[in-house]
Design a protein around this ligand. Sequence first.
Ligand SMILES: Cc1cc2nc3c(=O)[nH]c(=O)nc-3n(C[C@H](O)[C@H](O)[C@H](O)COP(=O)(O)OP(=O)(O)OC[C@H]3O[C@@H](n4cnc5c(N)ncnc54)[C@H](O)[C@@H]3O)c2cc1C
Length: 384
Amino acid sequence: MDFELTPEQVMLRDAARKLAQQQFRQNAARWDRDEEFPEENKHQLAQLGYLGLSMDKQYGGAGAGLVSTYLVVEELAKVDLLTAMIVHDQNVSPRIIANHAPEALKQRLLPGFARGEIECSIAWTEPQAGSDGTAVRTTAIRDGDDYIVNGQKIFTTFGDRADMHLVYARFGPSTGAKGLGTLIVERERPGLTVRKLEGKMGVRGAAENELFFDNVRVPASNVVTLGDPQNSRGFVKPLTIYNGTRVGMGVMALGVAEGAFDLAREYMTVREQFGQKLSEMQGLRWLMADALIEIEAARCLCYKALALIDAGKPDPGLCSIAKVFATEMAQRVTVQCQQMFGGYGYFGSLPLERMVRDVRMLTLTGGTTQTQKNVIASHIFPNS
Ligand SMILES: Cc1cc2nc3c(=O)[nH]c(=O)nc-3n(C[C@H](O)[C@H](O)[C@H](O)COP(=O)(O)OP(=O)(O)OC[C@H]3O[C@@H](n4cnc5c(N)ncnc54)[C@H](O)[C@@H]3O)c2cc1C
């Protein structure tokens, strides 16, 4: 068992760390305060090739694998979860397309994804289809050479700015997973309306949106995985990609926790009370030791799960374990690190206040903690 990163991975991680600390840290609070998307960060990430890291070389990517990709995401999340999400999200729909779409669609879209010129949101969740992702009601019905899409989506991250959406839809009369499939709907298609959801708790530079499809016509060549009422293949195929996505949520949580930990450690070496540095008080030292134990455990789980995916031996149960542990860990550790700042940590003038709000989303999206525990339990009890 090899726990060493390759020299290339070390270089990649260190370069991302430098970029995050020197370029992205300073404006992280601004994106949150102004609810603004960090276009300049995205531009830099695209220029440096970070948006095509895991994409095959034949489509213009770096073919670097998920371990390498998430080393970058982790460094970005230490200073700004929103900026980390830009790289993370470029690894969801493009990877579904890369792994499951017809060749013509791959050639049409993947080079643009790799260059960061195209963004594609995931439009799966609906008002009645949350944790039960098979309760999708949106339909895609064949009409000549096209499909007509009708329905409604909710919580679509970046749906307001995405050039296109990967839409989960029912391709014919069916229930459950049977008949579900995915297709691309471009933002300019007549009949598509996007409405931003207001009042979000954290990561406020990224908008979640409602999408409304009213007889939206898209060509059959936009189908990624065809839904067939006789089977669930159109639904199951994209699910394989969510193994990596779930762990990716864990890595982002890990990054936020580490960022909070670093800030708390630094503060504790200068803040004095009762004539002592905080870093000299045993009660607080133990809290920090506990935090580090949790961070290291999360790192091992996440990178083991990612290394197995890269090796072509994905372990879906382990991916869920990594997501639950790392995202729940980050809730505890980030709040604990905020505690080290006393009353000052409660104010938005310090990053901790934002980090505590930001990290909250990671136990909810990409399958809640409870949904992941159902997956884990199904591996413990495969026959019941
Ligand atoms: C910030 C954010 C970004 C998101 N981005 C996207 C996106 O880009 N695209 C997209 O399609 N969706 C997105 N989502 C939606 C997200 O995936 C759903 O919110 C999530 O799947 C939960 O669905 P729900 O909100 O309807 O909760 P519900 O399914 O109603 O769940 C409510 C509660 O019940 C629990 N629960 C439900 N079923 C069970 C069960 N069987 N056993 C035990 N507990 C259960 C849940 O864990 C939760 O605590 C996003 C959500 C958020 C908050």
